[in-house]
Ligand binder design. Structure first.
Ligand code: GTP
Ligand code: SPV
Ligand code: MN
Length: 596
């Protein structure tokens, strides 16, 4: 496949360590993909779904203890512990290699080792970065073929540049106690052992395109962010692009594919998806920031996805898609998940592989879910009806606005704008959000998650904040404006107040108008908040009074919030940029002045 000595040495080294029966190089061809699919169907690793209803679609269940990212088993292995920062688990690289190599020794005996050459970003484009993942799972190979650009051409490209990210994955024995997701940013290396689940094992995604790439971006002057990218085409044909960072399972895929309400579509507004999870951003033409989506598919949350909430996502999953940990309907040979429709199959197999009916309850009488809350679909980006014509762009799309957002029942208003880039970086740094099923652990606990990057930053977050400030200084007057949104404010009964989904267009519209200086706003302690009359409510059963409750900036809440931010910032010690300290002081001063 290649004469490149670095690549050959890498493969030989791990072949010797893991001792597979066979080594297979993945070339990106259809024929090879089909043959592997057949093999995986034969062994039961995947199940072929109804070819009429879901052509080319597969079904897979992971081990019951292996259904989400494992943050407590994820490590940044930098030479110097302080460079991993206070928000990452750290292991000494020498110790980590010794420990991991011991676990990986002979782990592929009786198995095949697949060598996957892949590119994050369009092959040969200025943004592209290359990697090779070794794995003993056909499920991983088939997912990587959807999620990244897998091709033997990558081997030639690596030949030219000489550098690539080394990904070593093995399911080993799927033991939780020996599960490790380790990033070695200084060595361009990732180890993932004892997992077979999505984000833990599709190494191009979180491990490479965020943890390793954030470090590369820091060194090379660009940014790798946990952001969707979307384009809004206005009636005059002009398209504006925004990128938005929300924590896992907080609405990126949904916003990226939104269908605007009638009052917009009737005027000719259209939304195009460039990416739904990751953005690589750098300064480009005209001194502006440009973003690309380095991925090639969507690894989206299934539950809650339906023809009303996100038709574009649902349509994306109707062919050549892999479903993981959803409910299996043996009668029709199709899949189902909570929130797909109101017609669950009468008899099915749940995500654990147990018989299931809509009335199945557990020992405590609680209804058993058919699909795991973090069950997912892996769908090719080109399936998406609203995929942007710029999806394959080599240079990216210019950003008009950057949006941060979290899942907050209280505190954060529906939307507000930062005063300027520096304040915007502060707004990103003080983000907090309720935890979700996307990671193992408790759900619904508010935690700080700066820029939605807490689990994904490959270096010290104090340095990361400084990097954001530096990028702003590089683009100066051309910097995108920075906003914060929150779709998740709840009422006294715990119900979401804002309708969300497609109606989030109403907020995006305000954001664009702000960027064009076409609308005024109220200056508050935390930033510019909309005048309620400026959020379009046409066609919505939603009163201005309701709107005002979710635009409110409350003194007691923000006093507590500031104290909490102060405690969080203390973690970073003297690596917290002075600018952010000053921003906090200024926020506290402004909050004090809020009249009740
Ligand atoms: P990752 O793939 O984990 O990074 O998640 P994501 O940020 O892409 O989240 P996604 O769009 O898949 O949404 C996750 C959950 O939030 C789903 O259950 C959605 O139904 C729900 N959700 C998304 N947008 C909204 C919204 O505007 N309002 C409300 N109430 N829920 C939303
Ligand atoms: C996330 O958790 O943010 C995801 C899913 O996008 S995973 O790839 O598992 O990280
Ligand atoms: Mn994500």
């Amino acid at each position: 496949m290649t004469q490149n000595q670095q690549i050959l040495d890498f493969v030989a080294k791990y072949q010797a360590l893991m001792n597979p029966d066979k080594v297979v190089w993945i070339d990106g061809s259809k024929a090879q993909k089909n043959a592997l699919t057949e093999e995986a169907i034969e062994t039961g690793e995947v199940l072929k779904l109804n070819n009429k209803l879901l052509p080319g679609c597969l079904y897979h269940r992971t081990a019951i203890n292996d259904v989400a990212r494992v943050e407590n088993r994820t490590f940044i292995c930098s030479q110097d512990k302080t460079n991993a920062g206070p928000t990452n688990n750290w292991m000494d690289p020498q110790e980590a290699y010794a420990k991991l190599d011991a676990i990986a020794k002979d782990c592929m005996v009786g198995r095949t080792m697949y060598v996957i050459p892949f590119s994050m970003g369009k092959i040969g484009s200025p943004f592209a970065k290359y990697g090779i993942e070794l794995t003993d799972s056909i499920y991983v190979v088939l997912n990587m073929i959807i999620m990244t650009r897998v091709s033997d051409k990558v081997l030639d490209k690596i030949g030219e540049s000489g550098t690539f990210v080394r990904g070593i994955h093995s399911k080993v024995k799927l033991e939780e106690a020996n599960r490790y997701i380790c990033q070695f940013p200084e060595d361009n290396t990732i180890y993932s052992l004892n997992s077979g689940y999505g984000g833990n094992v599709l190494l191009g995604k979180k491990c490479f395109a965020l943890r390793i790439a954030s470090y590369q971006g820091w060194k090379e002057g660009w940014m790798a962010e946990h952001m969707l990218i979307l384009g809004i085409q206005k009636p005059d044909g002009d398209t504006k692009y925004v990128a938005a960072a929300f924590p896992s399972a907080c609405g990126k895929t949904n916003l990226a594919m939104l269908i605007p309400p009638d009052c917009y579509t009737s005027k000719g507004y259209k939304v195009f998806t460039v990416g739904d999870d990751i953005a690589w951003i750098r300064k480009g033409r005209g001194g502006k920031l440009y973003a690309v989506n380095p991925e090639n598919g969507f690894f989206g949350v299934a539950p809650g996805t339906n023809i009303k909430s996100n038709p574009n996502a649902l349509i994306s999953t109707q062919k050549n898609t892999i479903f993981t940990n959803v409910l299996y309907n043996p009668k029709t040979n199709t899949v189902w998940w909570e929130g797909l429709d109101k017609n669950p199959p009468a008899e099915a197999i749940d995500w654990k592989g147990n018989p299931w009916t809509p009335n199945t309850v557990d020992a405590n009488g609680v209804k058993v879910k058919g699909a795991h809350p973090n069950s997912r679909f892996t769908a090719p980006a080109k399936n998406c009806p609203c995929i942007s014509p710029e999806f394959e762009s080599r240079t990216g799309v210019p950003l008009t606005a950057i949006i941060f957002g979290g899942r907050r029942a209280k505190a954060a208003p529906l939307v507000y704008e930062s005063f300027n880039w520096k304040h915007g970086v502060f707004v990103g740094a003080i983000m907090a959000s309720e935890t979700t099923a996307a990671a193992a652990g408790a759900v619904g606990v508010v935690r700080h998650d700066p820029m939605a990057m807490l689990p994904f930053c490959g270096y010290h977050m104090g340095d990361y904040f400084q990097h954001w400030l530096n990028i702003g200084a590089k683009v100066k007057k051309n910097a995108p404006r920075i906003f914060n949104v929150n779709w998740f404010r709840t009422d006294a009964n715990g119900n979401f107040i804002w309708p969300g989904y497609g109606d989030n267009m109403r907020v995006l519209d305000w954001i664009l108008k702000r960027c064009e200086n076409a609308v005024d706003a109220k200056e508050t302690a935390i930033g510019y908040v909309p005048n309620s009359a400026d959020i379009e409510l046409d066609g919505l059963d939603f009163s201005t009074k309701d709107l005002e409750t979710i635009l409110d900036v409350d003194k007691t809440t923000w006093t507590a919030e500031s104290e909490d931010i102060e405690k969080f910032f203390e973690k970073f010690g003297d690596r917290l940029p002075a600018e952010l300290k000053n921003q906090l002081t200024a926020l506290k001063r402004r909050v004090k002045k809020i009249s009740n």
